[in-house]
Ligand binder design. Structure first.
Ligand code: F0G
Length: 474
């Protein structure tokens, strides 16, 4: 196995964490309704819930925050951010928002009308919900491989071009709000699109005269995979590839809580002045004045510096190699994971891990609960609880996401996670299914509550081996 090279940073500030006792973990999970979102972070040992807003800031980001200009209007910090966005992505009009879903909301309000459609590669939960709340319909045009965890296809973020053409040809004029393509497709396992596919999508949207918008939340990682996997791009620099990707769309939304390393922030940036004007009309209603969009001046400073760091190939390469390392540990132990290993996470295939459980007993939710019991590892369900959605067809994936915050955990933490996953799957036959006891109307995965169909077995890793980390009991 290839061990990751030392990362281009060292740790300066630390945050204590502790492994709760097995009995405490059982109590905490029960209290949380078997939903890892509802655990308190102090009860979590290694937190792989999400890479969103959980990355470590750099000293340069922290220093930049001191320069935050908190003026309500005309803030210097906005203009600094605006300049970095133009330099990095090329879009002339920037509208900041408090986070990615704020940008999705504005875009949907600006472009989606009742009865319009948004063709996209798979979906992201909040992205789809905002389109539907505006009266639109989400149309999945991902390639089939995106929903096949074992397929090693290198560009599962590609759009099925024949399907897209069919959808665009069948649509009435003005029925298509925009076409969306997501970089490092989250729900498929953090899988990139190729530049070849992106260019073909661009051409189709031009032919049919419809806007093309990227979800560029994980654009740096997509660019890195293009460099590594797509013929013809190996000698291009990461900033060049990021720009090349951005150049092919009319605009993009970003959740900056991922590739830009900030705890809060996002934006929508576009080429079209009329659309920018409409977005600015909306931002004052929902986020704040266009020069801060729900962010503090110091947030915009940290974000501007984070964008600079996000195209540093050594930085992106280092955190992507952590996912690869964890993925290889799991694969070598025979754990069924989504292939190829994506950028920000390793996704365990719960259907193959717990083959005895039907999907209506929520195998991925149950497996995420089991990982917490086994070793205080918090992961996230990305299966039927996240995907099931009214009358929408379900995409079929039933995954647990082990998401790696950027610049936060060490190789030892990841080894612990691998031990937890492997140790849990040794008891796979005994992991019970769940039933839902409370179901919110929107985005149910965040706050739904569950109860086990039978008691969970004793999974605690410290009962099987005596790892050093177990000594760190709170
Ligand atoms: N688009 C993508 C591809 C995302 O992954 C997310 C968030 C958003 C939009 C929304 O951005 O959270 O800043 O409002 N993904 C997080 C996750 C929540 O855990 O995958 P947000």
């Amino acid at each position: 196995m290839e061990r990751p090279a030392p990362p281009p940073w060292k740790v300066k500030v630390v945050e204590p964490i502790a492994l709760r006792s097995p009995a405490e973990r059982r109590r905490a999970l029960d209290h949380a309704g078997y939903n890892t979102f509802l655990l308190r972070s102090e009860d979590v040992f290694v937190d792989l819930l999400t890479d969103s807003g959980t990355s470590a800031l750099s000293q340069e980001q922290r220093a930049a925050m001191e320069l935050g200009d908190e003026a309500y209007a005309g803030s210097r910090s906005f203009f600094r951010l605006d300049e970095v966005v133009r330099e990095t992505y090329g879009y002339p009009y920037l509208v900041p928002t408090h986070q990615g879903r704020g940008a999705e909301h504005l875009l949907a309000r600006a472009l989606v009308r009742p009865g319009t459609i948004v063709p996209s590669n798979l979906y992201f939960t909040t992205s789809r919900e905002h389109v539907e709340l505006a009266g639109g319909r989400w149309v999945d045009v991902a390639i089939a491989e995106a929903s096949v965890p074992a397929s090693p296809f290198p560009f599962k973020g590609n759009i099925d071009l024949a399907r897209l053409e069919e959808v665009l040809s069948a649509a009435r004029p003005d029925e298509v709000a925009y076409v969306r393509q997501e970089a490092c497709l989250n729900m498929a396992g953090g899988q990139p699109f190729s530049i070849e596919n992106l260019i073909a999508v661009r051409e189709l949207t031009r032919t049919f005269g419809v806007p093309f918008v990227l979800d560029a939340t994980r654009i740096s990682e997509n660019a890195l995979f293009v460099k590594e996997r797509e013929p013809g791009y190996a000698s291009r620099s990461l900033p060049e590839l990021v720009r090349l990707i951005a150049d092919h769309a009319d605009g993009a939304i970003f959740s900056s809580k991922k590739d830009h390393f900030v705890p809060i922030g996002g934006f929508v940036a576009v080429n079209d002045e009329a659309l920018a004007t409409r977005l600015r009309e909306l931002v004052v209603l929902y986020e704040g004045f266009p020069h801060y969009g729900g962010l503090a001046g110091h947030d915009m400073e940290a974000l501007a510096q984070g964008i600079r760091e996000s195209t540093d190939e050594r930085v992106v390469g280092a955190y992507v190699s952590q996912a690869r390392y964890l993925g290889e540990l799991l694969q070598d132990a025979g754990v069924p994971i989504v292939l190829p290993v994506g950028a920000h996470a390793v996704f365990v295939d719960a259907k193959r891990s717990l083959p005895d459980l039907e999907q209506d007993s929520f195998p991925a939710q149950a497996l995420a609960a089991a990982f917490y019991l086994a070793g205080g590892v918090r992961s996230m369900e990305r299966g039927i609880v996240s995907g099931q959605h009214g009358s929408e067809p379900y995409d079929g994936l039933e995954l647990v996401r082990l998401t790696i915050p950027r610049r936060v955990y060490t190789q030892e933490h990841l080894t612990w996670v691998a031990d937890v996953v492997v140790g849990t799957l040794a008891h796979a036959a005994d992991v019970p299914g769940l039933r839902i006891t409370y179901e919110p109307e929107h985005l149910r995965f965040f706050q739904a509550r569950f109860a086990p169909l039978s008691p969970f077995p004793d999974l605690a890793l410290e009962h099987a081996v005596a790892p050093a980390a177990a000594l760190a009991t709170a």
